[in-house]
Design a protein around this ligand. Structure first.
Ligand code: 9MR
Length: 356
């Protein structure tokens, strides 16, 4: 074979190889099928959840949304129905109806359930506290109430609710006199932060198989994150096997957080021996910024997918744009989700599926 002909042979072989490789690579990256749900697209990464209501505060996700829309998700959280003010507004008088409805739907549709929440400064019940007596008496009353409440709720939903936000938002937003939220009725009744450890002990005892979480917002902020890590350390929650993970609420914006901030937060909690879930995702956004919202969600889910070995779940704080706490909170109509006010998929949905 002459040099020229061997060069030609080499050239044709390379060309054939390249074309074949191109055909194979195109064939092995099929378009995502039209009807792919969020849960299907992310099934190898993490569960995709939504917060739902069942009639409490007069919104019912099951009356409002189709099974097909709810079927986009494979995990549910009760937006309000499992908080003490709803579940046990008076001592011993339980209102199980909304929470039971959510649990039954999840069980029937083979969905994971996150419980939210057992200890919070909001939506707590007055009967759990007394403002008379010594600090010791006030502490005893609050802890006895909490023990009974946690035992009743976690026993009822044992094996169905597989992870619980045991404690929600007890750390201060900015470093002031205390790293903790001292105006919480729990803090005041206890006379310190020790109630957090007691709550985790009660939850472990009530359902040893449930995964137990501390849940809060702004934990990607390095300062607040450190206050949370310090609290977990001081109370010996990881050391004594009382906590399993943290929930990053993720009430985020169109440009906050960036990729590095998110990665750093996930890394720090993982290094402290904690699981990480995104528990209350929504993006503050008006009607006119929906293109930006789609870009934003594609980026976010690309980063979350990259981190999927370290993230155990991603839950939206709602289902569709017709129902979001953001509107009341910020005083303007928000459109923060992947489904519009009629429950139709938005461009953001397609972009999130693409990012999978
Ligand atoms: O979405 C919830 C809204 O319906 C309630 O009125 C509100 C009461 O404070 O709580 C909202 O959910 C909160 C969650 O339980 C904890 N993190 C912040 C959420 C938004 O406020």
């Amino acid at each position: 074979m002459t040099l020229k002909s061997s060069r030609f042979t080499l050239f044709s072989l390379t060309a054939i190889f390249t074309i074949t490789a191109l055909i194979v690579s195109c064939a092995s990256a099929p378009e995502v099928p039209e009807g792919t749900t969020l849960a299907e697209a992310y099934e190898n990464h993490f569960p995709i959840g939504a917060a739902v209501a069942a009639g409490e505060y007069s919104f019912d996700s099951f009356a409002r949304y189709s099974d097909a829309l709810l079927g986009e998700f494979n995990s549910l959280t009760a937006e309000n129905a499992m908080k003490p003010a709803i579940l046990q507004p008076k001592k011993g008088e339980f209102n199980w109806i909304p929470a039971d409805k959510i649990v039954a739907y999840a069980v029937d549709h083979n969905m994971r359930l996150r419980g939210h929440t057992l200890v919070w400064h909001n939506q707590t019940a007055d009967w759990m506290f007394t403002d008379s007596g010594t600090q010791d008496e006030q502490r005893a009353k609050a802890m006895d109430s909490l023990r009974d409440h946690i035992a009743a709720v976690m026993t009822r939903y044992k094996g169905k609710v597989t992870s619980w936000d045991v404690v929600n938002e007890v750390v201060a937003d900015s470093p002031g006199d205390s790293p903790y939220r001292t105006d919480s009725p729990w803090y005041q009744a206890y006379g310190g932060i020790g109630y957090v450890r007691e709550a985790f002990e009660m939850a472990r005892a009530a359902d040893p198989d449930a995964l137990l979480f501390y849940n809060d917002y702004s934990m990607i902020d390095p300062g607040k994150r450190q206050r949370v890590l310090d609290m977990i350390d001081e109370l010996g929650l990881v050391r004594d096997g009382l906590i399993d993970g943290v929930g990053l609420q993720a009430h985020w914006g169109l440009s906050y957080p960036d990729r590095t901030t998110l990665r750093d937060a996930v890394r720090d909690f993982r290094e402290a021996g904690l699981r990480v879930e995104i528990t209350e995702l929504d993006i503050i956004c008006d009607e006119w910024d929906q293109e930006l919202l789609a870009d934003r969600y594609e980026n976010l889910f690309t980063w979350l997918r990259e981190l999927s070995d370290d993230i155990d779940g991603v839950t939206f704080w709602g289902v569709a744009d017709d129902h979001t706490w953001l509107t009341d909170f910020h005083g303007f109509t928000n459109y923060p989700f992947l489904f519009d006010t009629e429950g139709n998929r938005k461009d953001a949905h397609r972009r999130v599926i693409q990012a999978a």
